[in-house]
Design a protein around this ligand. Structure first.
Ligand code: GLU
Length: 321
């Protein structure tokens, strides 16, 4: 069905979704990373960026929170830019694990590949693939520059979060060395893990993440800076990965109930991608049992429902002024 939605409908849906989700209680901050446990749990922001660059922000959309696992998306894009989508498929994979983000069991079950760059094992492998090989500083610059290009402005390392994660990332150390055991890490092990830990510790705002989502939705053309950040063919590949594993073991439930591919992080951020239409991002620290922000999930679902949107609805939607 052909449908037209006005920019003002979108603005109103975002405002209402924000107001309603703000009242939602429940969840608690991530407690296994000390820095995250102490973030103000009342912070809440919702941002939407359309593929023409129009942006709506409600609440704490300038607050820099830990990007955490949402960082897996830009680094997967960078790995695809440098090694092609087929190269990433071959060396990492594109399959959902159906298991928690930090599962060691998933590696043992699928010892031929770590499944997807959007779980911890695959994300550490993706960091190991980033060029130039063996050069930590240059790899880091490539990772950060790519995030800056996708968001239209630079992320900033939260030193305290980086220290906090480095001091407590024992499970990720086990993952990294197990990957090494299976020959699935493509650079120095400790360096690859450090890059992953550092990228998770970048501070980002919901407003920046909405632009990243819009850039993916817009086939790699950042609608705010008008820079082509990646080849259009990568857009469908990364959106497929987000749809299949963005919410880890709850990805099916999420897509079924929300209608939008989205990626979560334990810092409380969620970034959604509606191909051709918009990027959306919400942030609120308290998480549910699976590690996904309670208010951010609610806000995005409400927004989608109010506009009767869904990636599989079969509608040909046009946003008009
Ligand atoms: N840095 C976190 C970890 O590796 C990220 C987890 C997440 O956001 O899902 O445990």
């Amino acid at each position: 069905m052909e449908r037209k939605i006005t920019v003002s409908d979108i603005r109103q849906a975002a405002q209402e979704a924000y107001n309603e989700a703000k009242e939602v209680k429940g969840g608690s901050n991530a407690n296994y990373i000390p820095y995250l446990a102490n973030i103000d749990p009342t912070l809440f922001g919702l941002s939407v960026t359309l593929t023409d660059g129009t942006t709506f922000n409600f609440g704490d959309t300038d607050y820099k929170f830990g990007i955490e696992s949402v960082s897996k998306v830009p680094t997967a894009i960078l790995a695809m830019k440098q090694h092609t989508p087929e190269g990433v498929l071959k060396r990492i994979g594109a399959d959902a694990t159906g298991l928690p983000f930090n599962s060691i069991f998933a590696i043992l079950l699928e010892n031929d590949h770590p499944s997807t760059p959007l779980v911890n094992a695959g994300a550490i492998a993706a960091c190991s693939m980033i060029a130039p090989q063996g050069a930590s500083d240059d790899k880091w610059i490539a990772i950060v520059d790519n995030i800056r290009d996708l968001c239209g402005s630079a992320p900033e390392l939260i030193d305290e979060l980086y220290e906090s994660e480095t001091a407590t990332n024992f499970n990720n150390r086990a993952i990294s060395w197990l990957l090494k055991n299976y020959g699935r890490i493509y650079d120095d092990v400790d360096m690859s893990l450090d890059l992953y830990t550092r990228q998770c510790s970048l501070g980002i705002t919901s407003s920046q993440l909405a632009v990243m989502g819009a850039t993916i939705a817009n086939k790699g053309l950042n609608p705010v800076t008008v820079k082509q950040v990646f080849d259009p063919e990568i857009s469908a590949k990364i959106t497929t990965m987000i749809a299949s594993v963005g919410f880890y073991q709850h990805s099916g439930d999420w897509l079924y109930t929300s209608g939008i591919p989205a990626k979560t992080g334990v810092g409380g951020g969620v970034m959604g991608v509606m191909p051709g239409l918009f990027g959306i991002a919400a942030f609120s620290p308290p998480l549910d049992d699976a590690g996904n922000s309670v208010k951010a999930q609610t806000a995005i679902k409400l927004f989608m429902r109010k506009l009767d949107l869904g990636i599989f609805n079969g509608d040909n939607v046009d946003i008009v002024s």
